[in-house]
Write a protein that binds this ligand. Structure first.
Ligand code: SD4
Length: 342
């Protein structure tokens, strides 16, 4: 019998921990295409909310669209979802009560754009894309990013929902910064946590289109109750996301400081360049984190998800419970459990 590790390594559609295809609309119209041998188009993304995000991305890919358009459309879904307390509007604020968002995007040509510590704008991924396409820069932060967004037609909104505000006020009573492992996973029982804290959450998405081009997007409100001005890995090209059309793409989730220290997503892509499978590359990146900080590594979650330019994918995380969603012509709305060290 094939075990989970073999399955994830092979990227084969023979086993899933659970499929949400009954509960959620499937990747409609998915059909085996002439490109099936290369397993494209395909889209993968982090955590259980990746299932719904993949649907939006798949609509673009299925129509023959560009991976770049697919990943932007895909991650806009959780950005707009008010029940998602850690991406986009509805995200938890920093310790001073400001919701500040981080996002980046990268295309098949190596073009990239990023925004960090952006307040008041519900779709940072679209601002990041505009930074990529309309400016000579890669990254805009804080006030400058907001000014750029407003000058380009984005609407200023209050992103702090009543739910996020009351969670923040609850947190203020103890003011303890303690990331909770796998808090992104909605099946995780947050009720049993003191203060019902959601501490971090991110969607990272990678897509390979019918033309064989790769793109990626990553967007988050970052660590809940972070210091004002704190920026994680998610908007940092090479850390939270990296795409190289010659090889593949990778994205990260979890405690961003550790991902930045290892330049995690770039590392995963470079390891794939050296011949490792996506899952092996993610595993090695996780090992580097453990080697640098063995004690910290036991306490935190970091997960990597990778997709190569043949449409093979894999994931690995420090702790059990890291899920990711896959959508291609063969498998619809699959949610898989990445392999973990502990
Ligand atoms: C950060 N990496 O800001 C993000 C948070 C995250 O799952 O991914 N949580 O550090």
């Amino acid at each position: 019998m094939i075990n989970r590790k073999q399955f994830i390594k092979a990227g084969a559609a023979t086993f899933s921990l659970f499929s949400l295809s009954k509960a959620l609309p499937s990747c409609k119209g998915a059909a085996r295409s002439a490109h099936a041998a290369m397993n494209r188009p395909i889209v993968v993304s982090t955590w259980d909310f990746g299932v719904a995000a993949n649907q939006a991305a798949w609509a673009v890919l299925e129509a023959g669209g560009r991976a770049l358009d697919a990943v932007e459309a895909g991650v806009r879904v959780p950005e707009a979802d008010l029940t998602n307390l850690t991406v986009g509007k509805g995200g938890y604020p920093d310790r001073d009560g400001h919701v500040t968002l981080d996002a980046c995007i990268m295309d098949e040509h190596g073009n990239c754009g990023s925004v960090a510590a952006l307040a008041h704008i519900a779709h940072p991924i679209s601002v990041a894309r505009m930074v990529m396409e309309k400016t000579p820069h890669v990254m805009l932060v804080g006030e400058g990013a907001l000014q750029f967004a407003l000058e380009n037609g984005f609407e200023k909104e209050n992103l702090l929902t009543p739910e996020a505000e009351s969670a923040w006020k609850e947190w203020l009573k103890e003011k303890q910064y303690k990331p909770v492992i796998n808090i992104e996973n909605k099946s995780f029982n947050v009720e049993r946590l003191p203060g019902n804290r959601y501490n971090h959450d991110t969607i990272g998405m990678l897509a390979l289109d019918a033309a064989g081009n790769l793109s990626g997007a990553c967007t988050t409100s970052g660590m809940a109750f972070k210091m004002h001005g704190r920026v994680g890995d998610s908007p940092i090209i090479g850390a939270g996301l990296y795409v190289d059309n010659e090889v593949g793409g990778a994205t990260a989730t979890g405690v961003g400081e550790e991902v930045i220290r290892t330049v995690g997503s770039f590392l995963v892509v470079e390891l794939m360049r050296q011949g490792l499978t996506p899952a092996e590359a993610c595993h090695e990146a996780v090992r580097r984190i453990i080697r640098k900080k063995p004690e910290t590594a036991k306490e935190i979650q970091v997960g990597f998800l990778a997709l190569n330019n043949r449409g093979e994918y894999g994931a690995f995380s420090l702790q059990k419970g890291f899920s990711y969603a896959v959508c291609d012509a063969r498998q619809q709305d699959l949610l898989l459990d990445g392999e973990s060290v502990y």
